[in-house]
Design a protein around this ligand. Structure first.
Ligand code: GDP
Ligand code: MG
Ligand code: ZN
Length: 288
């Protein structure tokens, strides 16, 4: 029988097929081959023996969160508590680009007192690079209808730091889900109660993944990947004079020209420089 892995608990793989969930184990042969099924895998399993026999090829696979076959990433940030970060938004968007998965931005907690100029700046910055951006409140319901529609027929992975309101968003768009909601702790600077596992919830003909938040430090990007996949850079990448251009101190850099002409916002470029500074090289640049 063909099914979808929707969760993993205590070594058992929950496989959903025809609206029934089976608790299965992978065949021993996978272990010998060093292959591990992950949430999002489409598998062939034997419902009598409750064993997974085949893992179908993945259309995409992320390491953080560990999940396969998603069709879009819904990046969740809050306007406050924790503060919105352009730097982090660009980091996550680069990560999505690297995996060739489309991403959309959802900003929560707009019911909290906030700076309207910041909202305007977020809107301008991201819509100018064709990232759909939505502002919502999980508390008052503002903006939720539009965001609900984003999930139709998609396998969506909700990503974002702990405490931004990922689980609250899932609960707000469907009251059948009772995802554990944590508090944002001022003292810890993050959410207190954390979603611990990756889980796929059926929704509007597709699935939504609720995931544990992870620290941005765990999202390691290399300088080369940033240079190629930073939002807005990709189509220009081959236009720089140097093939391995990092768009920093190099001459005849197509990216820097677009920054100078205003086609790439200086805010985006400042974030790029900072992320590149923090990142390490993937390869030794010059062979000895
Ligand atoms: N005021 C307000 N609080 C929110 C909103 N969304 C989430 N919260 C609160 O933020 C905290 C963290 O939410 P949670 O859903 O657990 O975040 P997660 O870690 O991303 O899953 C909880 O105290 C929620 O009640 C919102 O839109 N407005
Ligand atoms: Mg959560
Ligand atoms: Zn360049």
């Amino acid at each position: 029988m063909k099914g979808l892995i929707v969760g993993i608990t205590c070594g058992l793989y929950a496989v959903r097929a025809n609206d029934v969930v089976y608790h299965t184990k992978p065949r021993g042969v996978f272990r010998n081959q060093g292959v591990k099924p992950i949430v999002g895998d489409i598998v062939e399993f034997n419902p009598d023996e409750m064993v997974i026999e085949v893992i179908y090829p993945r259309s995409s696979a992320l390491k953080r969160p560990l999940i396969a076959n998603i069709s879009q990433i819904i990046l969740v940030f809050s306007i406050k508590e924790p503060e919105f970060s352009f730097l982090l938004a660009f980091k996550y968007l680069t990560y999505a680009n690297m995996h060739n998965i489309k991403a959309k931005l959802v900003i929560t907690k707009i019911d909290k007192e906030h700076d309207e100029a910041l909202i305007k700046q977020i809107k301008e910055t991201f819509t100018s690079i064709n990232i759909e951006t939505y502002f919502i409140s999980n508390k008052t319901g503002e903006g939720l209808e539009e965001v609900k529609a984003l999930f139709k027929d998609e396998v969506s992975c909700i990503m974002g730091q702990t405490g931004v309101g990922k689980s609250s968003l899932i609960n707000a768009i469907d009251s059948n889900y009772e995802r554990a909601v944590g508090e944002y702790s001022m003292a810890l600077g993050r959410g207190k109660h954390q979603t611990k596992e990756v889980i796929l919830l059926p929704y509007l003909g597709g699935y939504i993944a609720d995931t544990p938040g992870f620290s941005s430090l765990e999202l390691n990007l290399y300088k080369e990947d940033l240079a190629a996949f930073f939002p807005g850079f990709y189509s220009l990448y081959n236009k720089c004079y140097f093939a391995n251009c990092l768009h920093l101190s190099e001459n005849r850099c197509a990216i820097k020209e677009k920054v100078a002409s205003g086609e790439i916002s200086s805010l985006a470029y400042e974030c790029y420089k900072k992320l590149s500074e923090e990142a390490i090289f993937k390869k030794e640049r010059y062979a000895k």
